[in-house]
Design a protein around this ligand. Structure first.
Ligand SMILES: Cc1ncc(COP(=O)(O)OP(=O)(O)O)c(N)n1
Ligand code: 3NM
Ligand code: MG
Length: 214
């Protein structure tokens, strides 16, 4: 993950899967979304799935991501990400030992959730995170959120640090401009793409157009 070089503000799209999916049926949906425009990486985020289910999803979806030159990141589990040959893992504050994950994922991507905390972000950077994620920026139906982040955090981080930052939480084409301008390297979205009324490809196009226009 390098600092954004996407749209005018430098942000790129970070796509996260819906929390439940049928891997085989979802292959085509994903391919159509990735055909529609620039996506830097795809995070497989299946909640309450067994390791076997996650493996089936990785086997079905990682080749689609790679065919589109999109990095494939597994949520929540660094050991499984390593075992399944993913390009990296995204870990929250309750998803195990970050320093151990850093060693295991040598040469791979490690992203860490930092909520709205400068302290957590500094610690993640010291532990070798390839990106830090701040959120939630806006209300979201995708997940119950406790923390609220503001654009000051993105400005502070991007002025001070070379490590890329990801903004997440309720981000849509209509509200993303301030995040782009504040220095978010990546905008992570679920609903803006998968719940777009005109379908996921329209969601990807709308997000990229909004990033370019910011
Ligand atoms: C890019 C990105 N940022 C934040 C999160 C949230 O991670 P976490 O706090 O572990 O919560 P869950 O996603 O596991 O519910 C994320 N997944 N991706
Ligand atoms: C998975 C996740 N993590 C968040 C955080 O604040 O850490 S918000 C969130 C949900 C993102 O989905 P949507 O783009 O639909 O709001
Ligand atoms: Mg997690």
């Amino acid at each position: 993950m390098t600092k954004g070089d996407g749209g005018s503000g430098g942000s790129r799209l970070y796509l996260i899967t819906p929390p439940k999916l049928d891997p085989v049926a979802f292959r085509e949906t994903l391919a159509a979304a990735l055909d529609a425009g620039d996506v830097a990486c795809l995070q497989l985020r299946l909640k309450d799935a067994s390791p076997d289910d996650v493996k089936r999803a990785v086997d079905a979806l990682m080749p689609v991501a790679h065919a589109h030159d999109v990095a494939f990141i597994l949520n929540d589990d660094a050991i499984l990400a390593h075992r399944l040959g993913c390009d990296g893992a995204h870990l929250g504050q309750s998803d195990g030992d970050h320093a151990g994950a850093r060693m295991l994922l040598d040469g791979k991507i490690l992203g860490i959730t930092c909520h709205a905390s400068r302290h957590l972000a500094m610690t993640a950077g010291e532990q070798g995170a390839d990106y830090v994620a701040f959120g939630a920026f806006f209300p979201t139906d995708t997940k119950e959120t406790v923390h609220t982040a503001g654009t000051d955090l993105l400005e502070w981080w991007s002025e001070m640090m070379e490590i890329p930052c990801v903004a997440i939480g309720g981000i849509m084409a209509q509200n993303c401009a301030p995040l782009v301008r504040a220095g978010a390297d990546f905008l992570a979205v679920v609903g803006a793409v998968w719940n777009h009324p005109d379908g996921a490809p329209a969601g990807v196009r709308a997000m990229n157009a909004a990033i370019d226009a910011a």
